[in-house]
Write a protein that binds this ligand. Sequence first.
Ligand code: NAD
Length: 483
Amino acid sequence: MSPEKYIKNYIGGALVPAKSGAYLDNITPATGEVYSYLPDSDGEDAEAAIAAAAKAAAEWSHAEPRTRFRLLMRIADIIEQNLEVFARAEATDSGKPVTMARTVDIPRSQSNFRFFATAALQFSSESHHMPGTAINYTLRQPVGVVGCISPWNLPLYLFTWKIAPALAMGNTVVAKPSELTPMTAFLLSKACMEAGLPAGVLNIVHGLGPKAGQAIVAHPVVKAISFTGGTETGRHIAATAAPMFKKLSLELGGKNPNIIFADCDFDEMMVQTLRSSFSNSGQICLCGSRILVERPIYERFRDELVKRTQFLKVGPPMAEGSDLGALVSEAHRDKVESYLQLAEVEGGKILCGGSRVELPGEHAGGYYLRPAVIEGLAAECRANQEEIFGPVVSIAPFDTEAEALQLANGTAYGLSATVWTQDISRAQRMAEALQAGIVWINCWMLRDLRTPFGGVKNSGMGREGGQEALRFFTEPKNICIKY
Ligand code: NAD
């Protein structure tokens, strides 16, 4: 298995170009060069994929759970056997360090398949007894043809996080990866073919969101949409899908607070805060971009964070020593830089980073940016309110628990929050009051795939993970038997 110069759609069990024959450039952020091409799919390609999924639905929806289990496990095994190929493809497409792709993205993609493969065997539904009168039981049937649309930051990881539960529950899928990072989705098509997944059960359509993605969302045969991406795109998808009463799961942006109390385990907090700030160059929806620090340790924290941030190595994705690779695209680097300029206009002081890294040779055209720490921003200014999604954090002191909460909850987003304290009562009070779908106490991104995953407010609706995903991808039917 290997990447190819011309990526193909995966429709009806075959690898095919877009019907129009058109391709889009696929650029590697490490050098800024076009290195492959992906199909510029449109409504016709989406239509063909949906028709293939609809055709495959009858058989797949009735397949024994153990058949689905075996096939999903086989796909996971094939990804595992090709770990290095997948990891290098992910790093080439996204600009992330290959070490991260190798230890996080690709292993987690395997886990997604294995976790939901076993879930297919374990899944059960509810019954409600009316003593002496009747028994109700809930039949959970597949929804039918479902659409899965994912972003570029954790390409295969988030793609499979949707596809695996959808397939496990007996749905057939039309999926679209981000046009910025299509290669591992293409490799996944090959893995599915090798595993013997029946034709049409999974279809992957490549191309632009407003063209290929929109055609999937707008199609009446597609009964549910699971989307991860930006809040504005989510709003648009909701507006398209809602009049057709499609099931919707929307995992959107964040502006997550990281709240640090003076009584925390300082060393552990520093290690994890550096991770939560700059992992994947801050391009993880769960990164803590607003760091709130209790005043007695504010200066110590600031100096330590700046020191450690300056120590991080920004370099080529394939270099084993790179802590941060390249940002995903030129447009995205421009966006992050524009927020750095805005932050200064808004009164912030950039304590370190924010400048481009000029690498020699073939990497001279890559999108490298030094991680930045900003202080002095007012809570309500745009740089502190809008999602930057890059290697940029803003730090600020607070004096009381109430103030920390007010600042933490003071944005339109509500994805995740992190609290650092040794006081368990305070941790619990904070966790209850934080407006977020996920709260981490004294840790960050510690994930159990059984837990509900998602956000409140502008961070989305619905939850992924565990039973939540299994329920989303099934339609409950209550059957009442009088006796
Ligand atoms: P994006 O919204 O631009 O694109 C996401 C996907 O949607 C892509 O595949 C894109 O092609 C597609 N798309 C775009 N317009 C569409 C349309 N009209 N109809 C259908 N599909 C369309 O997001 P992005 O820039 O790829 O990703 C970054 C965003 O994703 C950030 O806001 C980040 O916070 C968010 N994100 C959220 C989570 C989460 O779990 N909450 C996880 C990762 C990323």
